[in-house]
Ligand binder design. Structure first.
Ligand code: AHR
Length: 510
């Protein structure tokens, strides 16, 4: 079988925002508590209660932004409960996630402290479902205002003099579901209203993101887009667009919502079904983009895929409300596939946030509840291998010849996925190649056109089995390694990808 991957190195396309490599941390299970935040008295090394090993691991993959406090939790969260002396903070019930009591010991100051440690931009998800316009308006004033306004004064009283920067602001979450069970038109009006009061203080004009659709609900996107470009009342002239982004949520599972499938025990059939469902993200991004294009051909509004990733049955013996799952090489391939799509749609997809960063769903990091040991997941390594794509320009990639195909539930699915980018400096490029074949290697020609390639190096992520995963006992069972399956070829390079592998080829351009 002969397959060629053509990369036009001299035709840089849209910029791939580093923010598509964003993350999400909710008050859910052991993501915040135990994952990020252990408290000052913990035996786990911490600074002001925040785990430094987790911070270091995320800094290493250049985490660009962090979405918080939810998720569904966001529309139950009242920010004033999470400021001031910890011992005096009110408690609440986290009804969505385990029905546990939340003591609010991790609140606004702790989150912003975490973002500063990470060097990441804050993406705050505001409460529309059970909050008020005033509450949201005062939160951004509290965070970002410099003078002696009431909220800036309150912030100072709580120990923070300088305002923070909050570049991203969410207007509700899953308003069609846990965020209020609203109808699209009703929410569209609320999003306009709330966005108006998310003020620009001191030049911190946040990128406002309206809660968007669930998977293939194109009617939701249409309703929000239509509303965004309507004038209010008798106003004349260009419509004032109240928000800059619309979100999209899509989760990959091999089963269905009542039985999502095991994270670590799956058949070939379940594996290929997972890949087919992960590949569906292309249809969804294309579909929502097409709806948005009809209202916004200039692309003033961005698509923000602020929840995506695998969702499996929880690990046996763990709290079903905590969404703790293992993470195998299969998860890594789901991630690499998503990034190929985000790169291809770089002119519309401005941000994406995998769910969730630590100990929940498709996590970067798992921590042992007993020993505190940190384990990077296979998905973490895909993020590490892709740092070169951050803020680079997407390159057109064309698959030619006999592209390997597989089958899932009667549908044909491509077993090779690829994308590429050229760095802003123009001096290097990065090619991503995923071989999704569970059992067979594939040899392909990388036809590198338009520039002279002066050198290359390659990295591979694979493992003996698709279900191989990392654990405290074997933290590097799945880890990137230098790859020697790349050879010179008259057209560029020839690459033999091992079965079920993710490979990046870094190119030095003359
Ligand atoms: O990520 C877990 C949950 O999934 C989020 O809280 C919610 O937005 C989505 O349904």
């Amino acid at each position: 079988m002969s397959c060629t991957v053509v990369v036009d190195l001299d035709l840089p396309g849209p910029r791939i925002s580093r923010h598509v490599y964003g993350h999400f941390a909710e008050h859910l299970g052991r993501c915040i508590y135990g994952g990020f935040f252990v408290g000052e008295d913990s035996d786990v090394p911490n600074v002001r209660g925040i785990r430094q090993d987790v911070v270091e691991a995320l800094r290493a993959i250049k985490i660009p932004n962090l979405r918080w406090p939810g998720g569904c939790f966001a529309d139950d969260y009242h920010w004033r409960d999470g400021i001031g002396p910890r011992a005096e903070r009110p408690r609440m019930v986290n009804s969505h996630w385990g029905d546990v009591v939340e003591d609010n010991s991790f609140g606004t100051h702790e989150f912003m402290d975490l973002c500063e440690m990470l060097g990441a931009d804050a993406y705050i998800s505001g409460n529309i479902g059970s909050g008020t316009v005033r509450e949201m308006s005062e939160w951004i004033e509290y965070l970002t205002r410099a003078d002696d306004s009431p909220m800036a004064t309150l912030r100072r009283e709580n120990g923070r003099d300088e305002p923070w920067q909050v570049p991203f602001w969410g207007l509700g979450n899953e308003a069609w579901g846990c965020g209020g069970n609203m109808k699209a038109e009703f929410f569209a009006d609320l999003a306009r209203q709330y966005a108006t009061y998310v003020r620009n203080h001191n030049g911190n004009n946040p990128y406002r993101i309206a809660a968007g659709a669930n998977a293939g609900d194109y009617a939701w996107t249409e309703a929000i887009m239509k509303s965004a470009f309507q004038r209010g009342g008798a106003a004349e002239g260009e419509p004032h667009v109240p928000f800059q982004g619309i979100s999209l949520h899509y989760y990959t599972m091999s089963g269905n919502w009542s039985d999502k499938g095991s994270a670590t025990e799956f058949s070939r059939e379940e594996y290929y079904r997972t890949i087919r469902k992960a590949q569906h993200i292309r249809t969804l991004v294309a579909g929502h983009s097409a709806v948005m294009d009809a209202y916004d051909p200039q692309r003033r509004i961005g698509l923000v895929v602020d929840e995506w990733g695998t969702w499996w049955n929880v690990e046996p013996g763990t709290n079903p409300g905590f969404l703790y799952q293992q993470n195998t090489l299969r998860d890594a391939l789901v991630a690499s596939l998503h990034f190929d799509v985000f790169h291809d749609f770089a002119d519309r997809v401005v941000m994406a946030n995998i769910a969730q960063t630590v100990n929940v769903l498709q996590a970067m990091i798992l921590t042992d509840p007993d020993t505190g040991a940190l384990v990077p997941t296979p998905t973490y390594h895909v993020y590490a291998m892709n740092v070169g794509h951050h803020d680079a320009s997407a390159l057109r990639v064309t698959l030619q010849g006999e592209v390997p195909v597989g089958e899932s539930d009667g549908e044909s699915i491509p077993l090779l996925s690829a994308s590429a980018s050229v760095a802003e400096s123009g001096g290097s490029a990065l090619v991503s190649l995923s071989n999704l074949d569970a059992d067979g290697e594939v040899t392909l020609v990388l036809d590198l056109r338009g520039r002279t390639v002066a050198g290359h190096s390659a990295t591979v992520l694979t493992a003996p089995d698709l279900a191989t995963h990392n654990s405290p006992e074997a933290p590097d069972a799945v880890a990137p390694a230098a790859f020697d399956g790349v050879r010179a070829h008259p057209k560029g390079l020839e690459v033999t990808l091992p079965a079920h592998s993710y490979v990046t080829v870094a190119l030095d351009l003359a």
